[in-house]
Design a protein around this ligand. Structure first.
Ligand code: UDX
Length: 458
């Protein structure tokens, strides 16, 4: 493509759907603005290039001659918690990434910059420097949660991470409106490693040539302003990514007609859509509480039960015999749904979510209020903001997730019309739409980002 000559960008996503998908969306945004995009990816996710014919994909192999399997093998990763898994990923791919990047850049065509996921940290900065490239970071999470990550050294010095369970409701004075229980941590055997991953991410952002955020100013203005005074790199809040009009041909992926047909038969705003993202898992006991809570609420529900969601089981194994027959047409359980289509459907009244950042933004962009059951890291911060700052959702804490409480919260969110949550959420939806319009904040930031990327071209 002649007109894209000299406007090439190399991207390096982290292989989790909640990170990979926004990177692909960003690739579409850059492509629409005249760049060609190469995506370097790990062996943990093999994207289907036929779904993205505009991008070039390069798999990075970490196999050295004489070494075993290509990706960190199951035996290396199974049983590892998320923190250890990220550590393995970062270690395994640092060197092969460096080599692949050097080969890509040495290929002749001018590359403007590298866009890498913030989670990869400083090693991608070093690799980029070696080949004379500047690096821009994509932060797939929100600004509010990043502010909390950036405060990790302070929080550690002040002893917040070792506060006793009895004080979980105490405020974090340095980070209002967060409480101790909202700090973005995760259960892990290796808390020091979590600390290292987070601080490496934050330092990697500080040394970058800019940060791209999947958020918009009207949603997180204060958090962005607050941080930009400490991070002396340009910020580009150009979200919501998935709402940009990229003029790319419709994806070849089949529409999920079965789910949409079922939603078509439901009354407007009558369905609770429940889904906990791509990584979180639950105990069998929790799974059963969710099932009974949804059923007892007597609301229609669409529930995504990912294989692997329920620890130690294949899929719905622990559901009591005849449960779904008893629920009848009032409920539907699926393994995966096209969430964007579901949230945009008029039948959906409330989204019961784990508050992953993509889910949060997607819900806000459709004006769908949320029931928030955060599980770990940024989700805990997102939930606090959803409930107390943007006031577009209610929290149903994981520790309170019993069938009685679920029934109560679901009913109140659906029946009492959630005390204005929907109206506030619709107002944010309008702001999101406006941010992408002519002279909207995200459109303006995108113009700045394009100019910035062009100045980075060597
Ligand atoms: C992870 C972390 O958990 C999250 O905290 C962080 O902000 C991003 O990385 P994940 O748990 O997968 O993400 O949640 P989320 O960020 O909400 O992303 C899930 C994505 O998968 C969303 O884009 C959603 O639309 C999609 N999805 C999910 C589906 O398309 N169908 C489903 O059935 C479930």
């Amino acid at each position: 493509m002649e007109e894209r000559k000299g406007r090439r960008i190399i991207m390096f996503p982290v292989p989790f759907p909640g990170h990979f998908n926004p990177m692909i969306q960003l690739a579409g945004i850059f492509h629409h603005r005249g760049f060609s995009v190469s995506i370097l990816h790990t062996s943990h996710n093999f994207p289907d290039p036929s779904r993205h014919p505009h991008f070039t994909f390069r798999a990075i192999s970490h196999k050295k001659e004489g070494e075993g399997e290509d990706p960190p093998s199951r035996s290396e990763t199974s049983g590892l918690d998320l923190v250890s898994f990220i550590r393995v990923l970062k270690q395994k791919y640092a060197e092969p990434f460096r080599e692949t990047l050097a080969a890509e850049v040495g290929g002749g065509e001018t590359v403007c910059c590298l866009v890498s996921d913030a989670i990869w940290g400083r090693s991608t900065e070093d690799a980029a420097k070696e080949v004379g490239l500047r690096r821009v970071v994509l932060r797939t999470g929100g600004a509010a949660s990043f502010r909390a990550f950036a405060a990790f050294p302070l929080l550690r010095d002040k002893g917040y991470f070792s506060i006793l369970d009895s004080r979980l409701d105490d405020p974090v004075i340095e980070l209002p409106p967060l409480k101790v229980k909202d700090l973005p941590v995760i259960e892990t055997n290796d808390p020091d490693e979590l600390y290292r991953i987070i601080t490496d991410m934050v330092e990697g952002v500080k040394s970058s040539s800019g940060v791209i955020w999947n958020t918009f100013e009207d949603l997180e203005r204060d958090q962005l302003i607050d941080m930009s005074s400490n991070f002396h790199v340009p910020f580009f809040p150009i979200g919501p990514f998935h709402k940009h009009n990229n003029d790319l041909p419709p994806k070849t992926k089949k529409k999920d007609n079965e789910t949409i047909n079922w939603l078509d038969k439901q009354e407007p705003k009558s369905v609770v859509y429940a889904s906990f993202g791509s990584l979180a898992d639950v105990e069998e006991k929790e799974f059963l509480e969710i099932a009974w809570g949804l059923r007892n609420s007597k609301q229609s529900f669409l529930w995504v039960v990912r294989p692997g969601l329920v620890r130690g089981t294949e899929w719905l194994d622990s559901l009591p015999c005849g449960f779904m027959e008893n629920v009848g047409d009032k409920g539907k359980i699926v393994k995966w749904a096209n969430q964007l289509d579901v949230l945009a459907h008029p039948a959906v009244g409330v989204f019961w979510t784990h508050c992953g950042w993509n889910s949060t933004v997607e819900s806000i962009c459709e004006g769908v209020p949320m029931i928030c059951t955060p599980c770990f890291t940024d989700q805990l911060v997102n939930a606090r903001y959803i409930a107390d700052v943007w006031r577009v959702g209610k929290v149903l804490e994981r520790s309170m997730m019993n069938k009685g409480e679920i029934e109560k919260v679901v009913k109140s969110a659906m029946i009492v019309e959630g005390d204005g949550m929907r109206d506030r959420c619709l107002a944010f939806k309008e702001m999101a739409d406006k941010s992408l319009g002519k002279n909207g904040s995200s459109s303006n930031y995108l113009d700045k980002l394009v100019r910035h990327a062009l100045t980075l071209c060597p």
